[in-house]
Write a protein that binds this ligand. Structure first.
Ligand SMILES: C[S@@+](CC[C@H](N)C(=O)[O-])C[C@H]1O[C@@H](n2cnc3c(N)ncnc32)[C@H](O)[C@@H]1O
Length: 229
Protein backbone atom coordinates (compact mmCIF):
# COMPACT_ATOMS: atom_id res chain seq x y z
CA UNK A 1 0.00 0.00 0.00
CA UNK A 2 1.19 3.55 -0.76
CA UNK A 3 2.90 5.04 2.31
CA UNK A 4 0.76 8.17 2.22
CA UNK A 5 -2.42 6.04 2.66
CA UNK A 6 -0.83 4.10 5.49
CA UNK A 7 -0.19 7.33 7.35
CA UNK A 8 -3.70 8.67 6.74
CA UNK A 9 -5.14 5.37 7.95
CA UNK A 10 -2.87 5.41 11.00
CA UNK A 11 -4.21 8.82 11.99
CA UNK A 12 -7.81 7.64 11.84
CA UNK A 13 -7.43 4.33 13.69
CA UNK A 14 -7.92 4.19 17.47
CA UNK A 15 -4.74 3.83 19.50
CA UNK A 16 -5.32 0.19 20.58
CA UNK A 17 -5.74 -0.97 16.99
CA UNK A 18 -2.67 1.02 15.89
CA UNK A 19 -0.59 -0.61 18.65
CA UNK A 20 -1.74 -4.05 17.56
CA UNK A 21 -0.88 -3.38 13.91
CA UNK A 22 2.50 -1.98 14.94
CA UNK A 23 3.47 -5.37 16.39
CA UNK A 24 3.40 -6.85 12.90
CA UNK A 25 4.08 -3.87 10.69
CA UNK A 26 5.82 -0.80 11.95
CA UNK A 27 6.61 2.02 9.58
CA UNK A 28 7.06 5.34 11.36
CA UNK A 29 3.42 6.03 12.13
CA UNK A 30 2.64 9.64 13.09
CA UNK A 31 0.82 8.57 16.24
CA UNK A 32 2.44 11.55 17.93
CA UNK A 33 -0.53 13.77 17.05
CA UNK A 34 -2.76 11.43 19.06
CA UNK A 35 -0.52 11.31 22.10
CA UNK A 36 -1.94 12.50 25.37
CA UNK A 37 -0.30 14.98 27.76
CA UNK A 38 2.39 13.26 29.78
CA UNK A 39 2.49 10.22 27.50
CA UNK A 40 6.01 8.92 26.84
CA UNK A 41 7.06 8.66 23.19
CA UNK A 42 10.60 7.27 23.40
CA UNK A 43 11.52 3.60 23.66
CA UNK A 44 11.80 1.97 27.10
CA UNK A 45 15.50 1.33 26.51
CA UNK A 46 16.26 4.99 25.73
CA UNK A 47 14.20 6.18 28.68
CA UNK A 48 15.94 3.79 31.09
CA UNK A 49 19.35 4.86 29.83
CA UNK A 50 18.46 8.54 30.19
CA UNK A 51 17.04 8.12 33.68
CA UNK A 52 20.03 6.04 34.83
CA UNK A 53 22.34 8.83 33.65
CA UNK A 54 20.17 11.44 35.35
CA UNK A 55 20.42 9.60 38.69
CA UNK A 56 24.20 9.44 38.16
CA UNK A 57 24.44 13.19 37.46
CA UNK A 58 22.38 14.03 40.54
CA UNK A 59 24.18 11.61 42.84
CA UNK A 60 27.52 13.04 41.67
CA UNK A 61 26.30 16.54 42.53
CA UNK A 62 27.04 18.00 39.10
CA UNK A 63 26.25 21.69 39.29
CA UNK A 64 23.54 23.44 37.30
CA UNK A 65 19.94 22.99 36.25
CA UNK A 66 18.29 20.83 33.57
CA UNK A 67 16.89 21.88 30.21
CA UNK A 68 14.80 20.28 27.46
CA UNK A 69 14.60 21.56 23.89
CA UNK A 70 11.34 20.14 22.50
CA UNK A 71 8.83 19.43 25.25
CA UNK A 72 5.69 18.72 23.20
CA UNK A 73 3.12 17.29 25.65
CA UNK A 74 5.57 16.72 28.47
CA UNK A 75 6.26 12.98 28.09
CA UNK A 76 9.95 13.16 28.91
CA UNK A 77 10.14 16.30 31.06
CA UNK A 78 7.69 14.85 33.61
CA UNK A 79 9.90 11.78 33.98
CA UNK A 80 12.96 13.95 34.66
CA UNK A 81 11.04 16.09 37.16
CA UNK A 82 9.86 13.01 39.06
CA UNK A 83 13.49 11.99 39.57
CA UNK A 84 14.31 15.47 40.90
CA UNK A 85 11.38 15.16 43.33
CA UNK A 86 12.38 11.68 44.44
CA UNK A 87 15.92 12.83 45.24
CA UNK A 88 14.73 16.05 46.87
CA UNK A 89 16.79 18.08 44.42
CA UNK A 90 16.30 21.81 44.30
CA UNK A 91 17.26 21.97 40.61
CA UNK A 92 14.81 23.24 38.00
CA UNK A 93 14.08 22.03 34.47
CA UNK A 94 13.67 24.64 31.75
CA UNK A 95 11.41 23.40 28.94
CA UNK A 96 11.51 25.22 25.60
CA UNK A 97 9.01 24.70 22.81
CA UNK A 98 6.72 26.60 20.46
CA UNK A 99 3.89 24.53 21.99
CA UNK A 100 2.36 25.02 18.54
CA UNK A 101 4.33 22.45 16.57
CA UNK A 102 7.41 22.53 14.40
CA UNK A 103 8.65 25.95 13.23
CA UNK A 104 6.53 27.13 10.29
CA UNK A 105 9.48 28.41 8.29
CA UNK A 106 10.89 24.89 8.14
CA UNK A 107 7.82 23.37 6.55
CA UNK A 108 9.19 23.78 3.04
CA UNK A 109 12.41 21.98 3.92
CA UNK A 110 12.88 18.29 3.64
CA UNK A 111 14.57 17.27 6.88
CA UNK A 112 11.16 16.25 8.23
CA UNK A 113 8.94 13.85 6.25
CA UNK A 114 5.71 15.22 4.78
CA UNK A 115 3.42 13.18 7.03
CA UNK A 116 5.08 14.54 10.15
CA UNK A 117 4.76 18.24 9.34
CA UNK A 118 1.88 19.68 11.31
CA UNK A 119 1.54 16.56 13.47
CA UNK A 120 2.38 18.49 16.65
CA UNK A 121 0.57 21.77 15.90
CA UNK A 122 -2.33 21.15 18.27
CA UNK A 123 -0.61 21.51 21.57
CA UNK A 124 -1.71 23.61 24.53
CA UNK A 125 0.72 24.97 27.09
CA UNK A 126 -2.06 25.64 29.62
CA UNK A 127 -3.28 22.04 29.47
CA UNK A 128 0.30 20.88 29.91
CA UNK A 129 0.75 23.14 32.96
CA UNK A 130 -2.31 21.52 34.56
CA UNK A 131 -0.89 18.05 33.87
CA UNK A 132 2.40 19.09 35.51
CA UNK A 133 0.53 20.17 38.63
CA UNK A 134 -1.47 16.92 38.60
CA UNK A 135 1.81 15.01 38.50
CA UNK A 136 3.05 17.05 41.41
CA UNK A 137 5.95 18.52 39.42
CA UNK A 138 4.55 21.98 38.60
CA UNK A 139 7.14 23.69 40.78
CA UNK A 140 10.08 21.86 39.15
CA UNK A 141 9.47 22.91 35.55
CA UNK A 142 9.71 26.32 33.88
CA UNK A 143 8.01 26.27 30.47
CA UNK A 144 9.18 28.82 27.90
CA UNK A 145 7.06 29.28 24.81
CA UNK A 146 8.42 30.36 21.44
CA UNK A 147 10.95 29.44 18.78
CA UNK A 148 14.35 28.54 20.22
CA UNK A 149 15.96 31.32 18.20
CA UNK A 150 13.73 33.85 20.03
CA UNK A 151 13.64 32.29 23.51
CA UNK A 152 17.31 31.31 23.91
CA UNK A 153 18.53 34.94 23.97
CA UNK A 154 15.99 35.74 26.72
CA UNK A 155 17.11 32.97 29.11
CA UNK A 156 18.78 34.24 32.30
CA UNK A 157 22.46 34.82 31.50
CA UNK A 158 23.69 32.97 34.60
CA UNK A 159 22.08 29.63 33.66
CA UNK A 160 24.32 26.58 33.44
CA UNK A 161 23.41 22.92 33.25
CA UNK A 162 24.10 19.40 34.49
CA UNK A 163 21.70 17.63 32.12
CA UNK A 164 20.08 18.51 28.81
CA UNK A 165 17.76 16.78 26.38
CA UNK A 166 17.46 17.93 22.78
CA UNK A 167 14.42 16.42 21.07
CA UNK A 168 13.25 18.76 18.32
CA UNK A 169 13.46 16.55 15.23
CA UNK A 170 15.15 19.13 13.03
CA UNK A 171 18.56 20.38 11.97
CA UNK A 172 17.98 24.07 12.82
CA UNK A 173 16.61 23.49 16.33
CA UNK A 174 19.27 20.90 17.20
CA UNK A 175 21.96 23.26 15.98
CA UNK A 176 20.59 26.21 17.99
CA UNK A 177 20.26 24.07 21.12
CA UNK A 178 23.80 22.64 20.88
CA UNK A 179 25.38 26.03 20.17
CA UNK A 180 23.74 27.35 23.32
CA UNK A 181 24.40 24.31 25.49
CA UNK A 182 28.00 23.32 24.84
CA UNK A 183 29.62 26.25 26.72
CA UNK A 184 26.98 26.14 29.46
CA UNK A 185 27.29 22.48 30.45
CA UNK A 186 29.22 21.88 33.66
CA UNK A 187 31.99 19.31 33.89
CA UNK A 188 30.54 15.78 33.72
CA UNK A 189 27.19 17.19 32.67
CA UNK A 190 25.38 15.27 29.90
CA UNK A 191 23.57 16.29 26.73
CA UNK A 192 21.18 13.70 25.26
CA UNK A 193 19.90 14.03 21.71
CA UNK A 194 16.94 12.00 20.45
CA UNK A 195 16.44 10.46 16.99
CA UNK A 196 20.14 10.11 16.26
CA UNK A 197 19.63 7.12 14.02
CA UNK A 198 16.29 8.17 12.60
CA UNK A 199 15.87 7.74 8.87
CA UNK A 200 13.14 10.39 8.98
CA UNK A 201 14.87 13.18 10.92
CA UNK A 202 18.19 13.21 9.13
CA UNK A 203 18.97 16.81 10.12
CA UNK A 204 19.46 15.79 13.77
CA UNK A 205 22.51 13.62 13.11
CA UNK A 206 23.95 16.25 10.77
CA UNK A 207 23.75 18.94 13.47
CA UNK A 208 25.11 16.64 16.19
CA UNK A 209 28.27 15.79 14.27
CA UNK A 210 28.79 19.37 13.14
CA UNK A 211 28.77 20.61 16.73
CA UNK A 212 30.13 17.72 18.78
CA UNK A 213 33.37 15.80 18.40
CA UNK A 214 32.36 12.41 17.00
CA UNK A 215 34.93 10.66 19.24
CA UNK A 216 33.10 12.04 22.27
CA UNK A 217 29.56 11.08 21.20
CA UNK A 218 28.01 7.74 22.14
CA UNK A 219 25.01 6.38 20.29
CA UNK A 220 22.75 3.92 22.11
CA UNK A 221 19.24 2.85 21.11
CA UNK A 222 17.58 5.96 19.56
CA UNK A 223 19.68 8.51 21.42
CA UNK A 224 23.14 10.02 21.37
CA UNK A 225 24.86 11.48 24.40
CA UNK A 226 27.87 13.61 25.10
CA UNK A 227 29.57 14.22 28.43
CA UNK A 228 31.35 17.51 29.05
CA UNK A 229 34.98 16.94 29.98
C1 LIG B 1 9.24 15.13 19.23
S1 LIG B 1 8.58 16.54 20.03
C2 LIG B 1 9.28 16.48 21.63
C3 LIG B 1 8.82 15.29 22.41
C4 LIG B 1 9.12 15.31 23.89
N1 LIG B 1 10.52 15.51 24.18
C5 LIG B 1 8.66 14.01 24.51
O1 LIG B 1 9.50 13.16 24.81
O2 LIG B 1 7.45 13.83 24.67
C6 LIG B 1 9.44 17.86 19.24
C7 LIG B 1 9.04 19.24 19.73
O3 LIG B 1 10.03 20.15 19.31
C8 LIG B 1 9.44 21.43 19.10
N2 LIG B 1 10.33 22.21 18.25
C9 LIG B 1 11.02 21.80 17.16
N3 LIG B 1 11.78 22.79 16.67
C10 LIG B 1 11.58 23.87 17.49
C11 LIG B 1 12.11 25.20 17.50
N4 LIG B 1 13.00 25.61 16.60
N5 LIG B 1 11.69 26.05 18.48
C12 LIG B 1 10.79 25.62 19.42
N6 LIG B 1 10.27 24.37 19.45
C13 LIG B 1 10.65 23.50 18.50
C14 LIG B 1 8.09 21.08 18.47
O4 LIG B 1 7.16 22.11 18.71
C15 LIG B 1 7.72 19.77 19.18
O5 LIG B 1 6.80 19.98 20.21
Amino acid sequence: MNKRYIYILAKILPKQIRSLIKRFYNPVIPGISKMDYGEISMSKESLNLMLDKLYEVLKNNIKGDLIEFGVYKGGSIIQFAKVLKELNSNKLIYGLDTFEGLPPETKGKDDVPFFYKGSMDYNNINKLKKVLVKNNVGNKIVLIKGLFKDTIPKLPKELNFCYAYVDCDMYEGTKQALEYLIPRMNKNGIIFIDDISSKSFVGVKKAVYEYLNSKEVKEEYDVAYWVKI
